[in-house]
Design a protein around this ligand. Structure first.
Ligand code: NAD
Length: 480
């Protein structure tokens, strides 16, 4: 069976311990490769390589660094089919989704920051009669990038690309549940001519190699995307070491639907915002609030369409949903369906595991699930489920729906459906979230700030925000 390797100092190498862990294919429930069980010794090797590479990489012109990153982006594009197949197999998502969202976005991430760095400028502040301040933004040095399993290469590259563009050397760790495309990225980095030691990719468990990255004194910043509990632990560990921290954490996003919306457009998009990637996108709207005047119509049309969704193996071109990412995750999601019943909810469709046939009989499939009749403040409506499960709740007034929407500990993204422009602005202003989509969902412009408030995170990614995070400003004053 295939054994993946770490990518350190420009070459693939086994973990120092010689230990490996199993990697499961969600579609079949079977182990299909082994990945390094790396630890602090591998981190030490990667830090040494990065330390050696940093003076050369950081002194290179932004234009030259950008050229190499464009080649990296093109390298992924030229291996499109390989990356798409690997992402789908590793994560369980339909091939069609990996081909239309995950891999194209990873290509864009590298291309975007490769070119953005040439336009990145710093400020100067003139003081009348006294002199002038100018600010220089320098790379931090060695930085750690830790990413989750739901959009593996998409989120991995969203961190690595700005870190490298800004002149840092990177120690990156993908999720141990979806390591494969990060493993392939090493080959592309070699082919693109990225100097050895600039990007180091380590595989293994969060509590082991991830923890060693967070604790390493020479790693100056941690950019982390993952669960809120993990983010809290990382903050507790890294803050006393005065590391820069960017934390992109969990969500429990409201999708607020007013009676005056474009109904057909709203239904089409709400199906995606509820169940794309099996509901495993931090931006999915898992709490759907519908104005009472159209609640029954919404319920009938939505449930009828969802009940017809095809849950199938990821290679099936007609699959609307593939497998969820792992057995423990499937069990967690199904346990929330049981909790919803205990809390008085009614399952309108779904609510169970789907057993496919043949090779896929042990895969982790869940029927998309719609639940109604729950209080807005019950656990099902407050805790992140992160699977193909949504609740629907009627509302009467703007004040009432705002109160319910803002009632969770999270504040990542919100969606609003209305044709009343004033109401849209009024609501967007009062919703506690880092991102608001009006009459749309998941429209992403890579220049915009991305991130959440409350327990959904600290800091912002995207555009200048990311380049500012990965640089340290130094102000110089010159007296006349
Ligand atoms: P997770 O927190 O379990 O793991 C994320 C990453 O952190 C993995 O690489 C893991 O190995 C590593 N890790 C775990 N423990 C660690 C530790 N002690 N020290 C260092 N690293 C550690 O999250 P997950 O289950 O992989 O991902 C799902 C979560 O990610 C959900 O909560 C989802 O909302 C969130 N998410 C947020 C965003 C966002 O942009 N805000 C995007 C995608 C996913």
């Amino acid at each position: 069976m295939e054994k993946l390797s770490n990518f350190i100092d420009g070459t693939y190498c086994p973990p120092v311990s010689g230990s490996y862990i199993d990697n499961y294919e969600p579609a079949t429930g079977k182990v299909y490769c082994h990945i390094p069980d790396s630890d602090d010794k591998d981190v030490e090797q990667a830090v040494k390589a990065a330390e050696t590479a940093f003076p050369v990489w950081s002194a290179m012109s932004a234009e030259k660094r950008g050229e190499i990153l464009v080649k990296l982006s093109e390298g992924i594009r030229s291996r499109m089919d390989e990356f798409v197949a690997a992402e789908s197999r590793d994560n369980g998502k339909p091939i069609s989704l990996a081909a239309s969202v995950d891999i194209p976005r990873a290509i864009s991430n590298f291309h975007f920051f490769a070119t953005a760095i040439e336009h990145f400028a710093s400020e100067s502040h003139y003081m009348e009669g006294l002199g002038v301040n100018y600010t220089v933004r320098k790379p931090l040095g060695i930085v750690g990038c830790i990413s989750p399993w739901n959009l593996p290469l998409y989120l991995f590259s969203w961190k690595i690309a700005p870190a490298l563009a800004a002149g840092n050397c990177v120690i990156a760790k993908p999720s141990e549940i979806t390591p494969y495309t990060a493993y392939l990225l090493g080959k592309v980095a070699q082919e693109a001519g990225l100097p050895a030691g600039v990007l180091n990719i380590l595989h293994g468990l969060g509590g082991k190699v991830g923890d060693a990255i967070v604790k390493h004194p020479k790693i100056k910043a941690i950019s982390f995307t993952g669960g809120t509990k993990t983010g809290e632990y990382i903050a507790r560990t890294a803050a006393p070491m005065f590391k820069k921290l960017s934390l992109e954490l969990g969500g429990k996003n409201p999708n607020i639907i007013f009676a005056d919306c474009d109904f057909d457009e709203m239904i089409k998009t709400t199906i995606r915002s509820s169940f794309a990637n099996q509901g495993q996108i931090c931006l999915c709207g898992s709490r759907i609030f519908v104005e009472r005047a159209i609640y029954d119509k919404f319920k009938t049309v939505f449930v009828e369409k969802i009940a017809k969704s095809k849950v199938s193996n990821p290679e099936d071109p007609e699959a609307n949903l593939g497998a969820v990412v792992s057995k423990p995750h499937m069990e967690k999601v199904l346990s929330y369906v049981e909790l919803a019943k205990e809390e008085g909810g009614t399952i309108l469709t779904g609510g169970e595991r789907v057993l496919l046939e043949g090779d896929y009989s042990e895969g982790y499939y869940i029927r998309p699930t719609v639940i109604e009749g729950l209080a807005y403040d019950c656990r099902t409506n407050q805790e992140e489920i992160f699977g193909p499960v949504v609740t629907i709740t009627p509302f009467d007034t703007e004040e009432e729906v705002l109160m319910m929407a803002n009632s969770t500990m999270y504040g990542l993204a919100a969606t609003l459906w209305t044709s009343d422009l004033q109401r849209a602005h009024r609501m967007a202003d009062k919703i506690q979230s880092g991102i608001v989509w009006i009459n749309s969902w998941l429209v992403r412009d890579l220049r915009t700030p991305f991130g959440g408030v409350k327990a959904s995170g600290v800091g912002r990614e995207g555009g200048w925000e990311a380049l500012r995070f990965f640089t340290e400003p130094k102000n110089v004053f010159v007296k006349y």
